[in-house]
Design a protein around this ligand. Structure first.
Ligand code: 1GP
Length: 248
């Protein structure tokens, strides 16, 4: 069933084209800065706030960050968990993701089963997603999730996974180059998955400039995620990136 947050994302995509999602990692942001930061991100036109990171260990810290986000803006808060500790009752929704190219069944379906009852108890809206790690080396997400990253020069491999994700009923696919990655997911790969599927395509990892965001958008990304850019206090750069998407 499609819930309120997913509907909101679809509506803004319909209205604006490619949207921007802000990612806050509770390990990398100071909780006292969050409210102000989120206010700015909302003013700049970011469409939702994702919260999570590969190394989140404290549910209490996560809760604190989510509560501050809620004070800052009326944007949906979507969990982007690394495990069961990445679930907060104060969020609105959760990217209920399977790390499809993990080598460990725990990250493909084990942790999802462990977390599902909690998602239900907290009445979080689950948004089904196929999560794919792309790159030539392992970033934190790939390392923790024991993934075999999809080689950037092999878009057809991402395509295969994208089609499989769609056939499994996932409505979103996330192509992830890894937080802070030197290079973003190549546009050819974005284009290939977009052409082969009807899923909503999220692209993130290593996107720092309006040009990189536009390249992904032109290739068919429905949403661009930036995390590092926001954390590095480059809030103006984030604003420029969001405006460039909105001017398309
Ligand atoms: C990481 O794709 C996101 O999961 C964001 O990456 O930190 O490089 O923006 P960056």
């Amino acid at each position: 069933m499609i819930g309120k947050v997913e509907k909101h994302l679809m509506d803004v995509m319909e209205k604006r084209g490619t949207i921007h999602l802000s990612l806050l990692d509770p390990q990398n942001v100071r909780v006292e800065m969050v409210e102000e930061l989120v206010k700015k991100l909302a003013d700049m036109g970011s469409s939702a706030i994702m919260v999570g990171g590969s190394t989140v260990v404290s549910q209490r810290e996560l809760d604190d960050v989510v509560k501050e986000i809620k004070k800052g803006a009326d944007l949906p808060v979507i969990l982007f968990p690394n495990g069961v500790t990445g679930i907060s009752e104060y969020a609105d929704a959760i990217f209920f993701a399977s790390l499809m190219n993990s080598t460990n069944p725990y990250y493909i379906m084990g942790v999802q089963a462990l977390g599902a009852p909690l998602v239900k108890r907290y009445k979080l809206e689950p948004i089904p997603m196929g999560y794919l790690i792309v790159g030539t080396s392992l970033g934190a997400a790939g390392f923790v999730g024991q993934a075999i990253p999809i080689p950037p020069e092999k878009p057809e491999l991402a395509c295969m996974y994208g089609i499989a994700a769609e056939y499994l009923g996932m409505r979103f696919v996330y192509l992830e180059a890894g937080s802070g990655s030197e290079k973003p997911v190549p546009p050819e790969m974005v284009r290939c998955v977009k052409k082969a599927t009807g899923v909503k395509l999220i692209v993130g990892g290593g996107i720092r400039t309006p040009e990189q965001a536009l390249d992904a958008a032109k290739a068919g990304a429905d949403a661009i995620v930036t995390g590092t850019l926001i954390e590095q206090a480059s809030i103006d750069n984030t604003g420029n990136l969001i405006s460039s998407l909105r001017r398309r």
